[in-house]
Design a protein around this ligand. Structure first.
Ligand SMILES: CCCCCCCCC/C=C/C(=O)SCCNC(=O)CCNC(=O)[C@H](O)C(C)(C)COP(=O)(O)OP(=O)(O)OC[C@H]1O[C@@H](n2cnc3c(N)ncnc32)[C@H](O)[C@@H]1OP(=O)(O)O
Ligand SMILES: NC(=O)C1=CN([C@@H]2O[C@H](COP(=O)(O)OP(=O)(O)OC[C@H]3O[C@@H](n4cnc5c(N)ncnc54)[C@H](OP(=O)(O)O)[C@@H]3O)[C@@H](O)[C@H]2O)C=CC1
Length: 300
């Protein structure tokens, strides 16, 4: 990568420090490149330090901003507290937090045990809360009104439920409500959520190949007829940190090509009886999508 071609002004975040969790891959990596190209100093947080080192080296080749990297599991309260203190010791300030780290394993609800449920809820709800609380308590609350500060929480486009993602969907719904309450309690810090739909990110590589192939074929069910790009999420994240969003707080911006507007109807049923699970595990196209495509073809 020679440089990131952002649509924003190249000095937009000059002199600002932005924390990006999950900055070592996918949407977080892309966001780190975009923000660095706009002059931001960065603190990248993730569990695997090698991934963060790679992104830091990539950015060093393209621009001269300061990048610090921090190995931290956002689910560990003491570690989060220490990491935010470490970031402040290195940068002296945190203008914006992008709570992007997260993920889950796909499973029917009936097969998730308490440990698995808690693992995913801690990853997608508790961890983001801990990061936000520490950034707010250790820095933002002491600097209210001096400068525009924001927290953006990545959730997911799982409105009305999503088979195989029940634990994650519950956590993301919680994160949305947390964002709404924090926008009240922590104003004038702006707190928003961003809900990506199906994004062809490197995160998809963590899924088994047949499931990945099935997800790639979902483009036909999305009104814009394609999956989203990492840069289409990072652009919105940059916008929310910018003065152009200075009156936006307590909101959720969907980045999903209008997928929920297509009123996708999931097949009901538990476990392997549900065609969604069959298709995701075996690599076929869900029946419901075949039916819709056939109906559409019939109308043409
Ligand atoms: C269908 C529709 C799809 C549709 C799919 C479409 C999705 C689109 C929207 C979302 C897209 C994305 O998020 S893309 C980003 C995707 N990236 C990721 O998900 C990567 C991040 N995921 C992870 O890091 C991990 O998988 C994570 C879930 C956090 C667990 O990591 P940990 O190392 O902390 O935990 P582990 O030690 O592995 O596991 C802890 C416990 O969790 C449970 N557990 C963990 N993995 C498990 C598994 N594969 N199957 C069952 N249970 C599991 C067990 O109880 C484990 O305990 P034991 O039994 O004792 O071991
Ligand atoms: N791609 C998509 O279609 C969608 C993605 N999302 C969400 O967007 C975010 C980014 O996903 P994406 O880029 O696609 O996938 P990735 O898997 O590439 O990104 C997730 C990042 O989060 C980090 N991470 C995960 N768990 C922890 C943890 N406990 N502590 C610290 N860091 C952690 C991972 O790094 P490491 O392993 O080093 O910790 C990784 O860099 C995630 O929250 C994802 O769920 C939401 C909707 C759709």
């Amino acid at each position: 990568m020679n440089s990131f071609q952002s649509v924003f002004r190249s000095d937009l975040f000059q002199g600002q420090t932005i924390v990006v969790t999950g900055g070592g891959s996918g949407i977080g990596r892309c966001t780190a490149h975009e923000l660095a190209s706009l002059g931001a100093d960065l603190a990248l947080v993730g569990r695997k330090i090698e991934k963060l080192e790679t992104v830091k080296a990539e950015i060093a080749q393209t621009c001269g901003v300061k990048v610090s990297i921090h190995s931290c599991d956002i689910r560990e309260e003491e570690k989060v507290t220490a990491t935010v203190a470490e970031i402040l010791a290195e940068h002296g300030k945190i203008d914006h937090l992008i709570n992007n780290a997260g993920g889950q394993f796909p499973s029917p609800l009936s097969s998730i045990n308490a440990k698995g449920w808690e693992t995913v809820v801690r990853n997608n709800l508790t961890g983001g809360f801990l990061m936000a609380r520490e950034v707010f308590n250790q820095y933002m609350v002491k600097n209210l009104g001096k400068t525009d500060m924001s927290i953006t929480n990545i959730i997911a486009d799982m409105w009305n439920g999503m088979p195989g993602m029940g634990h994650s969907g519950a956590a993301r719904a919680g994160m949305l409500n947390f964002s709404e309450t924090a926008s009240l309690e922590w104003a004038p810090v702006r707190v928003n959520a961003v809900a990506p739909g199906f994004i062809a990110s490197s995160g998809m590589d963590t899924y088994p190949e047949p499931m990945k192939q099935t997800i790639m074929q979902l483009d036909k069910t999305i009104p814009l007829q394609r999956l989203g790009l990492e840069a289409e999420v990072s652009g919105v994240l940059a916008f929310l940190c910018s003065p152009a969003a200075s009156f936006i707080s307590g909101s959720c911006i969907r980045v999903d090509g209008a997928a929920p507007n297509a009123r996708r109807i999931w097949p009901v049923g538990t476990g392997k009886q549900n065609p969604v699970f069959n298709s995701f595990h075996l690599g076929g196209v869900p029946e419901v999508i075949q039916r819709r495509d056939a109906e559409r073809a019939g109308k043409k």
